[in-house]
Design a protein around this ligand. Structure first.
Ligand code: KG4
Ligand code: ZN
Length: 339
């Protein structure tokens, strides 16, 4: 194994432009992120075409800044790892076309990375090489996905179950809109929930007792909407206290729904190690619940690596490359790629 192997990671699947330089398997030489959250907040969500244009503005300056930060020349690079899907077509296209052009101009190998496989690697970045080895479970809870995957081996994955409708992060974002809170909703609800009473409102825990690994969050969002309408009809003002209570109660239901299926996956597979990732992995109630779950060992990424980033893409790309997976210069984005 070449310890000086250098991977340039590029992530542009949604609204974050991420660039990272990785040395060997997990030594981070540079990690840069340009978030578009403020640009999209005015619209209450990500506007795909706008996101693509922002990636185009950001990508080359970020790559050259990452190379300077890592103190390397492009000639030193061994691999370019780029997210090829799933995600927004326009956004993916910017990353993939940039990676293709640079790989060709610089004569470097290129590998297209599944964004979900990238998330799977996020909790591994800060671990020692053999701290978490397959088989393990992977819970991905992001704005676009809610899945539990069995990692039999790196490269050999089995989807155990996923959401029937909204993803957990999407549920937080939609709930925030119902409550008049800014985008993205998850961090805001998390912040207010810390001051609220999770038992104040009795929201359902969707699919809690089914025997399938599956999730559903759209009904929960509707339950929140009706509760808010009821309060308004009763002329009860949504003051700070009620808002915090609504957030805490909603967050408790989302968390309970996720935990119920983590327990089921552990029971069905007999595997106790679970790596958690995606934006909702930053949620404090979920982190607490996972850490305190008896008989389960949860591996959580640091906060900044729960959401989209290029370190996880570089690490997943290097892992693929070591298994002999490479892409050619015709690499195409695949917005609907699955695990
Ligand atoms: O993984 P990510 O950056 O994007 C996708 O790949 O989809 O996740 C973004 C999602 C958003 O829906 C955001 O509201 C949610 O993660 N999120 C949170 C928290 N921080 C981010 N949800 C709950 N609690 C948080 N602290
Ligand atoms: Zn993501």
């Amino acid at each position: 194994m070449n310890k000086n192997f250098l991977t340039l990671g590029i992530e542009t699947s949604c609204d974050d432009t991420g660039v990272a330089v990785l040395k060997g398997e997990r030594e981070i030489l540079a990690e840069l992120l340009s978030s578009q959250i403020k640009d999209h907040a005015n619209f209450g969500g990500v506007v795909p075409e706008f996101a693509a244009r922002k990636h185009l503005e950001n990508i080359l300056p970020l790559i050259s800044a990452a190379l300077s930060k890592a103190n390397i020349n492009f000639k030193d690079l061994n691999l370019i790892a780029v997210t090829r899907g799933p995600g927004l077509m326009g956004s993916l296209m910017v990353g993939v076309m940039t990676a293709r052009a640079l790989a060709q101009a610089w004569g470097v190998d290129i590998v297209g990375v599944n964004h979900l496989e990238g998330h799977m690697f996020a909790p591994l970045v800060d671990l020692q090489a053999d701290e978490l080895r397959p088989p393990f479970l992977s819970l991905i809870v992001s704005g676009g996905h809610t899945q539990i995957i069995l990692v039999k081996e790196f490269g050999d994955y089995k989807l155990l179950g996923e959401t029937r409708d909204d993803a957990a992060g999407e549920a937080y974002d939609k709930a925030a809109r119902v409550l008049g809170l800014p985008y993205p909703g998850g961090p805001e609800i998390d912040r207010l929930a810390a001051k609220g009473d999770a038992k104040a409102f009795d929201f359902p825990v969707p699919l809690k007792n089914t025997r399938e690994i599956e999730f559903s969050f759209s009904g929960l969002k509707t339950a929140l909407l009706w509760r808010v309408k009821k309060l308004q009809a009763e002329n009860i003002e949504l003051d700070e206290k009620i808002l915090c209570d609504l957030c805490a109660s909603f967050q408790a239901s989302v968390t309970a729904a996720l935990i119920a299926k983590v327990k089921l996956a552990v029971k069905l597979t007999g595997i106790k190690n679970i790596a958690v990732s995606g934006g909702v992995a930053a949620n404090s109630a979920l982190r607490d619940a996972l850490i305190n779950l008896r008989g389960v060992k949860a591996y959580l990424p640091k906060f900044s690596r729960c959401t989209d980033n290029a370190v996880m893409i570089a690490m997943a790309g290097k892992n693929n490359f070591d298994r002999g997976v490479k892409s050619d210069l015709n690499l195409a984005p695949d917005p609907a790629l699955n695990i």
